[in-house]
Design a protein around this ligand. Structure first.
Ligand SMILES: Nc1ncnc2c1ncn2[C@@H]1O[C@H](COP(=O)(O)OP(=O)(O)OP(=O)(O)O)[C@@H](O)[C@H]1O
Length: 300
């Protein structure tokens, strides 16, 4: 199975290029698409899911042109869009039954599949309640269930863990990782920790372009010798933040431990440390740390 996006460009009316000549070949397994807000991830996923047409470029599913003949992919596609909407007066079960009918599932197979999925996303108890009263995390889980309705071979999910609590996040990551054993799973996120534990294939996107693609080991290898830690006073920590891409600061009893990216030692007693994926991400997309919401401010 292969999904290929070849030299894809997307230009919205009167805007700059949301996707700019991007090529991505995706085989069985889980591909984590990482990038800051506005990088073009959603646009790319909507194109891959046949919801939007590219301005130029080709999309092939097992060699078939998806733009000209979308049905082959659509029949086996599960898609969770970022702005997934529901009918507030329907219950989860009614909503999923309705979508199953739209997808052409027989009433009988739909019923058992829906039972299975409600269990899988932990909504069996709430299944009869109107969706209008669901929390954001619960709605996300309904979205995940609908994407899996027709037992798709290709699963495309846009920021699937948004609004989920930490426990649900882990649960869902593991679910996608299991599904990816014999399916194509394409997942987008701007949170590094969402994919580092489950994805052996990571693509980093920024400003409509593919910036890196590889296994975690390959990506980490690109930053070897460029990540440093040093313990300094608060004033010097602020100076380092102004001069370098800082991936983390931690206040300790000895001072502020600053972790930063630099080609050489930033201070006399700085120590080179093994890179992690957050460092790689910040190295590729400087300034994206703010969007992860995970960097504490330097105390001044
Ligand atoms: N329907 C649209 N019409 C006009 N511009 C759009 C449309 N959809 C996206 N864009 C623009 O295209 C660019 C890429 O947006 P896109 O939503 O694909 O990025 P993203 O990486 O998914 O970010 P986010 O996580 O914030 O959705 C942005 O500048 C955005 O404003």
């Amino acid at each position: 199975m292969q999904l290929e996006l070849i030299d894809v460009t997307k230009v919205y009316r009167g805007q700059k290029r949301a996707i700019d000549g991007l090529t991505l070949r995706i085989g069985t397994g889980l591909l984590g698409l990482l990038g800051p807000n506005g990088a073009g991830k959603s646009s790319l996923l909507r194109i891959a899911a046949t919801v939007t047409r590219p301005s130029s470029g080709r999309i092939l599913f097992n060699g078939t042109d998806v733009v000209a003949r979308p049905n082959e992919l659509r029949q086996t596609l599960g898609f969770l869009p970022q702005d997934f909407g529901v009918y507030p007066h329907l219950s989860a079960r009614e909503f999923l039954s309705y979508l199953a009918a739209v997808k052409g599932l027989s009433a009988r197979s739909a019923r058992s599949r829906i039972d299975e999925l409600l269990e899988l996303v932990n909504l069996t108890e709430a299944a009869k309640r109107p969706l209008g009263g669901y929390s954001g995390g619960m709605l996300r889980r309904v979205g995940i269930a609908q994407a899996l309705l027709a037992d798709p071979r290709v699963i495309i999910v846009d920021e699937p863990t948004a609004g989920l609590d930490p426990e649900e996040r882990v649960r869902f990551r593991n679910l996608l990782s299991d599904l990816a054993a014999d399916r194509i799973v394409l997942l987008s996120t701007h949170i590094v920790s969402d994919i580092e534990s489950v994805s052996n294939d990571i693509a980093i996107m920024a400003q409509g372009r593919l910036r890196r693609r590889g296994t975690p080991e390959e990506l980490l290898g690109t930053m070897t010798g460029q990540v440093w830690e040093t313990v300094v006073g608060p004033a010097e920590a602020a100076q380092l933040q102004a001069r370098y891409v800082v991936s983390r600061t931690v206040r300790t009893t000895a001072g502020v431990r600053v972790r930063l990216l630099s080609g050489g030692p930033p201070t006399a007693d700085a120590i080179a440390v093994p890179p992690d994926l957050e460092d790689v991400y910040l190295g590729v997309v400087p300034g994206s740390g703010a969007s992860t919401g995970e960097l504490p401010a330097v105390p001044r």
